[in-house]
Design a protein around this ligand. Structure first.
Ligand code: DC
Length: 233
């Protein structure tokens, strides 16, 4: 039987990790897991509970309430993953600016991280998984056979996010998105637990000037090397 591996794709917000990861998973018939969506779903839960006021999070309430949060994934007819919070599909709600503005508060809480990391590991028990996030190659799967670290400038990423939201008919201003991306970069890089950093054995890719097709071809080549070895003809 063909070797099945774990692919960890980490990088900054809106660096294109998700589309790259999803495309590879589809092509290889692997499971795709968007770990950021899990943090976003927990943030949505906190907003709904009124545990976030401005930039203040009621950590105690969240830590106490974690046991009541169930995160799972369903799949659309087209095979696209949809995140569910306590059984309710919340894919669109978690992508809006409200959740984006507060998710870093939630992802900095150690209890939230260990709760979600346990779920992430259990989803990859049988390997054959592509997971994207910030700490997948460093903390969740340090043993992953293929690790990618994706980067692009904040301007390029804001522009992409702006077009993505516009396409979905969601409201957003470019300046607000850029500001949010810069803020999340700072928080992701500076938090004490599992900060965003490249794993020593990760392959770095700056995709600022690459088309989606180029990126996908690049990733497929790295995937084949990881599965079949570098010298395969
Ligand atoms: O990839 P994203 O923008 O959807 O992630 C949402 C937030 O979750 C982001 O601010 C950082 C955090 N996150 C994290 O801390 N660890 C992960 N593995 C994935 C996301």
């Amino acid at each position: 039987m063909e070797k099945r591996i774990i692919v960890a794709i980490d990088g900054h917000s809106s660096s294109g990790k998700s589309s790259m990861a999803r495309q590879l998973a589809q092509k290889q018939n692997y499971l795709y897991i968007d770990s950021g969506a899990m943090y976003r779903a927990v943030a949505l839960y906190c907003l709904r509970k009124g545990w976030i006021k401005g930039t203040l999070l009621d950590r105690e309430a969240l830590v106490e309430g974690l046991k009541d949060i169930t995160i799972s994934f369903s799949t659309t007819d087209k095979g696209l993953p949809r995140i569910c919070l306590n059984g309710e599909e919340v894919e669109n709600e978690i992508r809006g600016m409200e959740v984006s503005g507060v998710v870093s508060l939630v992802s900095a809480v150690p209890e939230v991280r260990s709760y979600l990391v346990d779920i992430q590991r259990s989803l990859a028990e049988n390997k054959g998984v592509v997971m994207d996030g910030r700490d997948i190659g460093t903390a969740v799967f340090p043993e992953a056979e293929l690790k990618i670290f994706l980067t692009a400038s904040a301007d390029v990423r804001a522009e992409r996010r702006y077009l993505e939201l516009k396409e979905k008919g969601m409201e957003a201003s470019y300046e607000e998105i850029l500001h949010n991306i810069e803020m999340r970069d700072r928080m992701d890089l500076n938090r004490t637990i599992s900060p965003l950093r490249k794993a020593d054995d990760a392959i770095e890719l700056d995709n600022g000037r690459m088309s989606i097709e180029e990126q996908n071809a690049w990733l497929e080549a790295r995937f084949n090397e990881a599965v079949y070895g570098k010298n395969r003809n």
